[in-house]
Write a protein that binds this ligand. Structure first.
Ligand code: AKG
Ligand code: FE2
Length: 280
């Protein structure tokens, strides 16, 4: 079954990014995830005796109480973050056959893989800098196979103020890029979070930046070589979004590196691709 039209595939190949409206069913695919998050938030609101009026579940306000929770203590937000990626409905979405089909269709393979430890639900809180992703391309941080694809799908409506993902169209055509190991502008960032792409400012200027808006059910696909970074959330609601990565077991580079993972698997890029590292 073909999920994408040949025009959509062509667009993805040309741009290195595509937004597919209404790819998932909000009621059967997305709502059970939102409901699971809502229930986990209720447990922590009780556990930490947070003084907030309770609301019954609705998909529009599933995160009600989360703001008060992190206002009481930011670390409760970390507890939610770690918990929600273990909701079965989320893992069902991650491994849904639709994803497998769309990946197989684009990459012309019959053996897609899901990057282990490469899936989660981001919660980007308003005006919070620490966890924002700087400019990167996914292969650098995830490895697995160069022809991998990032699947990104929001749980809340993404408006300009939410800080949608910033993307350099066509930048995937530039291939593998080198990165500096340290970021003097962001001394609080460490490890892989501190890496900065060589000639970052010039590249952003050269390709330009798009920041597509989306809603629950929509799917943003990005090539593993497409440059992207987190936008700044200046709205008053946390930006909840799901991301996971598919790769191709049949890709020769992937086979060569044994489909190894990177940051989340305790592997350092310099041990797999020393040529992509600039020690500074
Ligand atoms: O959601 C974001 O801000 C960053 C997303 C990202 O880098 C990814 O999904 O690979
Ligand atoms: Fe990314």
């Amino acid at each position: 079954m073909a999920l994408l039209t040949s025009e959509q595939i062509y667009k993805f190949e040309e741009e290195g990014v595509i937004v597919i409206k209404g790819f998932y069913d909000t009621q059967s695919d997305i709502e059970p995830i939102q409901f699971g998050i809502w229930k986990i938030i209720q447990i922590l609101l009780d556990k930490y005796a947070i003084d907030v009026e309770r609301k019954s579940f609705s998909p529009e306000t599933f995160d009600f109480g989360y703001r008060e929770l992190i206002a009481a203590n930011r670390k409760y937000g970390g507890e939610i973050y770690d918990a929600v990626k273990q909701i079965p409905a989320f893992l069902r979405l991650v491994s849904s056959s639709k994803n497998e089909k769309v990946f197989s269709q684009i990459r012309n393979t019959d053996l897609p893989g899901i990057a282990g430890a490469g899936y989660g639900i981001r919660i980007d809180n308003p005006n919070e800098e620490k966890f924002r992703s700087l400019w990167h391309y996914e292969y650098r941080d995830q490895l697995r196979s160069v022809d991998g694809i990032v699947f990104w799908s929001p749980l809340v409506p993404i408006v300009v103020e939410s800080g949608p993902v910033q993307i350099c169209p066509k930048s995937h055509k530039g291939g593998l890029r080198r990165s500096f190991t340290r970021d003097p502008e962001n001394p609080e960032k460490t490890g892989a979070y501190a890496m900065r792409i060589e000639n970052e400012a010039e590249l952003i200027k050269q390709y330009g930046v798009i920041a597509p808006l989306s809603e629950p059910g929509d799917l943003v696909l990005m090539d593993f070589l497409t440059l992207h970074s987190s936008g700044k959330n200046i709205s008053d609601r946390s930006r909840w979004s799901m991301q996971f990565r598919y790769f191709n077991f049949k890709d020769p580079t992937g086979i060569k590196i044994n489909w190894t993972g990177c940051v989340m698997n305790g592997v350092q890029l310099k041990d797999v691709h020393p040529e992509l590292i600039i020690e500074n």
